[in-house]
Design a protein around this ligand. Structure first.
Ligand code: PLP
Length: 406
């Protein structure tokens, strides 16, 4: 099953999950550090969500003849309230659908082909170019990665003057400060190109209204996905009225936007997030999760940096090798994580979860201490290595933002 999960975790075959605890086919329990890759802000099998969805689906249609539906209209209204500067909403299914659609919209709006990009935007061909893929069979010279490096971005803007549709960035707030995106935004305006921000992961998690709103960045287009519909595939591009003119010209046809159930789930998710103050609960459990790791590292005298916000953070170890061994030891002791990886809390992480996590983490760290060189520290070079591996960022991009992570 290596093609299903191409890393160390492919040997785990899950059968069920409740909250942030999942069981594999051998009955082993894993504590999920990823909130199902960020897709499940409530945790798995949330009883309120499940009951409300079942009840709603007694009346609602599963699928409709057209993608233009009442539930879709209601959800679009909710999302545009959350993102008032980008109030036009176009829905799709996956994060990659949204990122590719954003590129298409930008190209149609500007009539230009080139996209300057930094960070992960999914599995579609256009984002599997150098440096994400060493030697892609279909090389696309219109996609150029500036690797979070402002000098490279400036060269690309100048070198492609008049041909750039937009700059497309994933914020990665654990390592890069808001000032980086603010500067990129200024560069986009100065060169008359669109700013597209990939908030597929952080948009509904990092802060209410997303990263751009929190940090006063005026993006033309923002992509969203994780957390819209509590694990059911639904993503969106939100944009200014001006940028979204591109959506009116582009073909973005999508059979499964007729799945009414996804929009019902989206509306219920957003209602529950609002009424149960889930954002605050996610931040609270995230803070507890972060503290648990920090305290355990300190107590075990293990060199590690825990970086980022309460709702999404990262753990950096002295080398990739240390990181891989750490992840293996965690998996062995039932802590579901990877390296590099984003740690994401959810609203279900309760006392029982933390009571199980603490001894599991101590056992994992005790084994890790036996395997690895404990004299190594998380140096600046280790951070450079991490940023290259996780974000394909250049050394200069990593070090010039040192004030944020150091
Ligand atoms: C920032 C970002 N963009 C795009 C994607 C792709 O989303 P999907 O896996 O749903 O296609 C992801 C997924 O992790 C992501 O984190």
């Amino acid at each position: 099953m290596a093609e299903w999960e191409r890393d160390t975790r492919s040997f785990i075959i899950f059968r069920s999950a409740n909250g942030a605890m999942a069981e594999d086919i051998n009955g082993k329990i894993y504590l999920d550090m990823t909130s199902c890759s960020g897709a499940s802000p409530l945790g798995s099998n949330d009883p309120v969500f499940k009951a409300r969805l079942a009840q709603a689906m007694e009346q609602e249609a599963d699928i409709l003849p057209s993608p233009v539906s009442e539930q879709r209209q209601i959800l679009a209204g909710k999302i545009s309230e959350m993102f008032p500067s980008n109030s036009r909403v176009f829905f799709l299914r996956t994060g990659s659908c949204a990122t590719e659609a954003a590129v298409r919209i930008a190209r149609h709006r500007t009539g230009r082909p080139v996209i300057l990009t930094a960070g992960f935007h999914g599995w579609h061909d256009i984002f599997q170019q150098h440096p994400w893929s060493d030697n892609p069979p279909a090389k696309d010279q219109h996609i150029q990665d500036f690797q979070y490096d402002l000098d490279i971005l400036e060269q690309q803007l100048v070198g492609n003057e008049g041909r750039v549709a937009g700059i497309f960035v994933t914020p990665e707030p654990s390592v890069f400060p808001p000032e980086l995106l603010q500067e990129i935004s200024r560069m986009a305006s100065a060169h008359g190109v669109l700013l597209i921000v990939d908030e597929v992961l952080c948009g509904l998690r990092y802060a209410k209204g997303g990263y751009c709103r929190k940090h006063g960045v005026k993006a033309d287009l923002i992509t969203l996905a994780k957390g819209i519909a509590q694990g059911i595939g639904l993503s969106a591009v939100v944009g200014t009225a001006d940028a979204m003119v591109g959506a009116d010209k582009a073909y973005l046809g999508n059979t499964y936007l007729r799945e009414n159930r996804a929009f019902v789930a989206g509306n219920l998710t957003q209602e529950i997030l609002e009424e149960a103050e889930i954002a605050a609960r996610i931040a609270e459990s995230g803070l507890a999760l972060k503290r648990q790791f920090q305290t355990s590292f300190e107590r075990s005298k293990i060199a590690a940096r825990v970086l980022g916000s309460d709702t999404m953070f990262r753990i950096v170890l002295p080398s990739q090798k240390h990181g891989r061994v750490f992840a293996q030891r965690c998996l062995q002791h039932g802590i579901y994580t990877g390296y590099p990886g984003t740690y994401m809390s959810n609203a279900s992480m309760d006392d029982a979860f933390f009571a199980t996590l603490q001894p599991a983490l101590e056992r994992a760290l005790a084994d890790y201490r036996k395997d690895e060189d404990m004299t190594a520290h998380v140096t600046d070079a280790a951070m450079v290595e991490y940023c290259a591996e996780a974000f394909h960022a250049t050394e200069r991009a990593c070090l010039s933002n040192m004030h944020h992570w150091a």
